[in-house]
Design a protein around this ligand. Structure first.
Ligand SMILES: *Cc1c(COP(=O)(O)O)cnc(C)c1O
Length: 391
């Protein structure tokens, strides 16, 4: 580790590459670069075998079969393919409703909303003040014939986990398809596609210590989930995702999935320890710190904290340059608008502006957790003193 390296507490935006994943990928960049679809020659067949091995690891992570996994460029593409693909295949003549939650990732919300122009009826359900969906609200929405319901496994800002099994029962009973954006789940919570009756599940490698630019969509075979593809092309991935498969990235995703499946729960226990250590140190010094989102239905590494004293989160971050944290999701943190996820929880704008998101990860050490708390307490005191001086 280089000295004065920033402390990285932004694991919901992306995770570092696990060194084991980097090692698994290396030969597929440097030695065998063949196209995995070039099965006429030995190098191509070898690459194909590596890709199929990776597919099995990704499937095993969620209790699926290899042939139910479609590789994509990430979770954004997987979510677009799931939502638009399912709606377009079904057509807007029959079931027209497409349901999701106000706290979903932008790519889900925008995919659902875009279907309005194709004759569908987007329905964005509210969540409760703890971030959880009220099942009665979903049940009521499902009384109108519905094509698809999309609910995320783990929220990328507040870390809240929805009751997917209970949601799956309602969705299946209503005859709709159930899509889960599980980008934040691997290594944090166990997810079994059969236990939750999911028809479609989106994954991305870079949130599970794998490479950026690769993801997957689980597409159930029994009963068979039908999709219209987004791309025209050579018909790879059972016609659902044309384009040459990036073998090195897929091998990396496979290795990341293998590690997440075998070590995820160990990780979660250790990560919860670092997070609690940090949170206890912080709350001992800062009275009135508020945790947003459900206190226990949340993943181990997440904290979404509102600071007292009318501090501005941007000012806090400037006062602690050695800390990598965020004011919201990575996608919207460049915008000035406070988080729409916090707004959906009914959190006032003033409080949302004083809020930081932290995500602890596999390689966060106890020393880093302690140091991060010290840096943040000092930053908070400095910003409070500045704003009092300005009064
Ligand atoms: C990161 C993320 C995405 C987008 O994934 P990419 O692979 O970066 O496209 C989608 N949904 C959630 C919940 C995420 O955290």
């Amino acid at each position: 580790m280089r000295p004065n390296r920033p402390i990285y507490l932004d694991h919901h935006a992306t995770t570092p590459l696990d060194p084991r994943v980097a090692a698994a990928m290396r030969p597929w960049w440097e030695e065998n670069f063949a196209n995995p679809h070039s099965v006429e020659h030995a190098m191509g067949r070898e690459a194909e075998a590596a890709v199929e091995g990776a597919r099995e690891h990704v499937a095993a992570l969620i209790g699926a079969e290899g042939r139910e996994i479609i590789f994509t460029s990430g979770a954004t593409e997987a979510n677009n393919l799931a939502i638009k693909g399912a709606a377009r295949f079904a057509g807007a003549e029959g079931k027209r409703r497409v349901i999701t939650l106000a706290t979903e990732h932008k790519c889900v919300l925008e995919s659902v909303k875009s279907l309005a122009s194709e004759g569908f009826e987007p329905v964005i359900l509210p969540v409760q003040s703890d971030g959880l969906l009220d099942l009665a609200v979903l049940e009521a929405a499902l009384r109108v014939p519905t094509v698809l319901v999309s609910v995320m496994a783990v929220n990328n800002e507040i870390g809240v986990t929805q009751d997917l099994a209970a949601i799956g029962v309602l969705v299946r009973a209503a005859g709709a398809a159930f899509h889960i954006d599980a980008a934040q789940a691997p290594g944090r919570v166990a997810l079994d596609v059969h236990a939750v009756q999911a028809d479609l599940v989106s994954l991305t490698a870079h949130k599970m210590y794998g490479p950026k630019g690769v993801g997957a969509l689980y597409v159930r075979r029994r009963p068979r989930m039908r999709l219209a593809p987004l791309f025209s092309g050579g018909g790879q991935e059972r016609g659902l995702r044309s384009g040459t498969l990036p073998a090195p990235l897929l091998v990396g995703m496979g290795e990341a999935a293998r590690i997440a499946a075998s070590e995820g729960l160990l990780d979660a226990g250790r990560i919860a320890g670092q997070r609690d250590r940090f949170f206890n140190a912080l709350s001992a010094e800062i009275e009135g710190l508020q945790l947003n989102g459900h206190a226990t239905a949340r993943v181990a590494g997440n904290l979404n904290l509102s600071f007292p004293g009318r501090v501005d989160a941007q000012a806090l971050m400037r006062a602690a340059p050695g800390l990598c944290v965020s004011t919201g999701s990575a996608c919207s943190s460049a915008e000035i608008e406070p988080s729409y996820v916090l707004a959906a929880l009914g959190i006032p704008q003033g409080q949302a502006r004083a809020t930081l998101r932290m995500g602890f990860g596999r390689f966060t050490s106890p020393a880093e957790a302690d140091q991060a708390a010290l840096l943040l307490v000092a930053a908070w005191r400095q910003v409070v003193a500045q704003s009092q001086a300005a009064d």
